[in-house]
Design a protein. Sequence first.
Length: 140
Amino acid sequence: MYELALRIGFSLLVIFGLMWGLARLVRRPMGSGRHHGPLLSVLNRQQLSRGAAVTVVRVADRAIILGVTDQQVNLLGEADLEDFELHQAPHRDHLAIAESDLELPGAHPMPAKARLDGSILSPRTWTSTIDFLRDRTTRR
């Protein structure tokens, strides 16, 4: 009895392992390892109408402009790939502030909040909700 359960469990483990391996193999993109990015990717898309769009697609090292409708895809032309690649601005962690600009106000400009502000128990929340509903339901 235990021998049968072990054989069935081991068989299931082998089958699930094969399925997992095949799924990983199928998901792998074509030509992986030789290129830094995917061989085929959409760089930009502009919707013209409900069923028509102009799309710029990166194919290997070329940018191709396509006209896409519900029924067909037309080649409109080619463009420079450099025009569509993103150039990131350098990231700055802090701003440089001159010493003369360091004047801060003496007190915080916001009034002190009550303990219930923003909660469902606050009377201010209910009055603003009623004012909003009253404004939405009035005929103009």
